[in-house]
Design a protein around this ligand. Sequence first.
Ligand SMILES: [Zn+2]
Length: 325
Amino acid sequence: MKTGISYFGVRNPRHVKKDLEEIKQNNITFVVHTFSENDKEYYLDTMKEIVNLTQEMGLEVYIDPWGVARIFGGEAYSKFIAMNDDARQVTKEGKKGYGACMNNPLTEKFIGEWLEAARYIGADYIFWDEPHFSPFTNKEGCFCDICRDIYKRERGGDLLKAGSEELRWMRGYTKLNFLKKMIRKAHEMGMKNALCVLPYDRDVDWEKLAGIPELDVFGTDPYWFMLKGDFEEETRNFAKKVAELSKKYGKEGQIWIQGFRVKKGEEWKVRRVAEIAYEEGIRNLASWSFRGTEYMSYIRSENPELVWKTLGEVYGELLEKDGNP
Ligand SMILES: [Zn+2]
């Protein structure tokens, strides 16, 4: 049984150390450290120190490309897209979008450099979080020349004239190829890989994602604020699906628990998600983020203290139940 928490925003090892002690006390076994472009450029050795501190305490470390190239989830800007106009996604109308194109070799090279940095700071796992096309500018996908050429080669038509099902195919093809390459690269560099797919992302058949050979952990983040159906039922469906696919492809299944924007009176859901996932066979749980995300005003919970306490309690109970107290 593994229990995780994400951590960000503090880059002073003196303070991080205190927080890590609190994390350890809250029945947590691994930390997902965000590693943005800003961190890579300005806090590289500080991050190495933070990762070392984490591992010295017996906690595993996941490194998250937080908002990197605006392809992955995260509240962080991208210098890469600001400086590399040629690598940016292009809208149907021919305008530059808010994110890098996953088919562009410049993007691939940049993520490769980010991986080198992640290895340098000591990542155990790379946490590929919510890979997506920009919801602001490129919901339908990317229409740059590279993408249009690929589509023509693979499907024999003009991407600009493609219907919604064909556009979905193209987004899926793009994501799958990109992730396969990056995951293989991280694996060859000696790191493990965890992938978290947005719950309603159907660009790629989840079978194909879970089946990526060098992937170690497959999961999703069914945060209740975005669920389209009944909380319990939808949570169970996602946990079941992840558990089934993970078993089929020999991966570790992972379910994320909402630990941000938790409304007052909703804290019990933190416990319920963990319990439901456990019942469905999930043995890798994680929550976003440390202390109910109390220190990020944009997404903080209304009663972060209680979110944190609830998480620690259910983690402790499940660890014990699973035989590793
Ligand atoms: Zn493109």
